[in-house]
Design a protein around this ligand. Structure first.
Ligand SMILES: [Zn+2]
Length: 77
């Protein structure tokens, strides 16, 4: 699994809608990939904020920005 694939399926992973074999593959990737772990942590926190503080909107734009940030970082390595 590449970082881009991992990022694409993170939402399903957090929703628990991901097939267990894909989840296992993602977890294997996360175990070896610090940037994706950081992304997951940020993404999860963002979603928690979104559900506990309904007024704080977490616009998709921010998720896109986070994703772009990570991809740029990975490209620079
Ligand atoms: Zn990764």
């Amino acid at each position: 699994m590449t970082c881009r694939e991992a990022i694409d399926v993170l939402a399903d992973y957090l929703d628990g809608t991901m097939p267990s074999d894909v989840a296992a593959e993602l977890e294997r990737h996360l175990a070896e990939c610090a940037p994706c772990r950081a992304y997951l942590a940020t993404y999860r926190k963002t979603r928690e904020l979104g559900t506990t503080a309904a007024r704080v909107e977490m616009p998709e734009e921010m998720q896109v920005r986070l994703r772009r940030f990570l991809i740029d970082r990975l490209r620079a390595v």
